[in-house]
Design a protein around this ligand. Sequence first.
Ligand code: ADP
Length: 597
Amino acid sequence: MLMLTLEIVGAVFVRQLEHQNLTTFKQQVELPTYIDNSLATQLNRNDTKKANRQIRQILAEVNNNNISEIRVVDSKGIIRGTSNSNNQDIIGQRATDSAVKNTLATNRSHSKNVYYQSSHDHYYINVVPLLSPNNTNNVVGAVYLRASLEGVYSSINSISLIYAFAAFITIIFSLGLSILISREITRPIEEMRKQTLRIARGDFSGRVNVTGNDELGQLAGAINNLSVRVEESQELSDAEQRRLHSVLSHMSDGVLATDRRGNITVINETALQLLDIDEADEVIGKPILDVLDLRKDYSIRELVEKDQEQVLLDDNSNKSGLILSAYFSAIQRESGFVSGFVCVLHDVTSQQKEDQERKQFVSNVSHELRTPLTSVKSYVEALSDGAWKDPEIAPKFLKVIQDETERMIRMINDLLSLSRMDSGTAKLNLEYVNINELFNYILNRFDMILKKEKDPKKKKYTIERQITKKDLWVEIDTDKFTQVIDNIMNNAVKYSPDGGVITARLVETHNHVILSISDQGLGIPRKDVSHIFDRFFRVDKARSRKQGGTGLGLAISKEVVNLLGGQIWVDSVEGKGSTFYISLPYMPYDEGDEWDA
Ligand code: ADP
């Protein structure tokens, strides 16, 4: 732009200068009027020779260095004189110059610039008509004037050269200056560009130098401000994320979040455990419906539209074997756009099992009570239909009714004591009892019953004792514990073959006493061992009922032993016999301990 401007200015300037110089030059080379008049006077004379002499003299008097040659031509076009002393021969010859001819023909001045190629010279040629001093309308001849323009052109050239040199220097200088200025402008811009790239990478440590209060300075200040703000909001969002992460990982519920297509994006530690997944990466990006095995029953929209209703994932649908409840909800923006879904998993295995057990229990109780009631009812009906009159049948029927009623009372009593233990209202009368003595006492009772039994049809059995001689003082509720031992002994007798041996053992470990009662009876099938302490569980229902069993004895025993802080378990081989073990916490103490206490 600068160069173009300088070019234009230069061209206009040179042209103007040329025009000005030429005008000045032309004025300088104009002959004064008195010379014109003198020449005209000479041309008007008839004496040509004399006149020519005079003309020569007049021309010699013209003292103008700029003029190269002056010729005087008369009205007929004949050259009458020349200022060029070397060229006097042309006097008398006809002037050939077109300007001279034109001037003579038109009575007007004619001028032109001529370039002589042979001498490489510029000349200014001016032809002025000479008017008769007497009659101004009469042209007596013309003055042909030739002046070299070399001086004018050379001065113009040298001025142009100076101008070109100045322009060149100006351009060089301004180029340098513009490079410097643009560097000065681009340096902070470059710095800002680098800083914004650093911010984009998450590096907020750098600052842009604020050099002034101009637009660039303000922009630099704004970028520094932006960097601080972005860093603050980044820290805020990091802190939020950490908080969310810690909330999620410490939650007792499992949480899964998905994108809007239902592919998992977040899964917390609890959800991984509940679903028995080793690594979050195994499920990230996978459809939640597949991971929870729900695809065949629901679409994600149906799940969300269930609105706070839980979906149960049964133990078959996940590896962990837990029963889980899943709540689905949509993550919705204010505009209503659904950006994803959240699923909260809750372990409801124990609730579900308890629920199941409760239902089972109610159904068992009803069933257990209906059977004796139905038989009582049918015997009563038979009696009222006339059987009471039969002296043989009536007592038998009444005996059945009595037995069944007693069994029902026993069952109700058992249920009541179980219910008291369940609700925590069962009172324990704890006292320190020498378990050795108590165990022997109970076993003696069984021996006594056996001895007193006169009925030869009744089952015979022997009780073998392997009981430590040591006194073992254990804190128990004597009545309830006696009931437990009675129950196990009764079972051992009940399920033993005739003449079988029942072995009762009592040993102590360093902090437990262990009682065990072994029989040589039917044993318990392996698959039933784990259920033996369940309420109403009986291996052979019909047989147990016939023997007056309620199926609650072992369940009560287990509750009592647990209440006393002990444990009960069974070891059994089907067909060979069973051993029931009871362990109770025991603190051995020396004689001296009593005094220390
Ligand atoms: P029940 O009143 O039927 O005896 P229990 O709770 O005392 O109820 O016992 C539950 C079931 O456990 C019994 O029905 C029986 O099938 C089994 N059982 C208990 N003790 C023995 C044992 N010593 N030998 C074999 N089976 C036993």
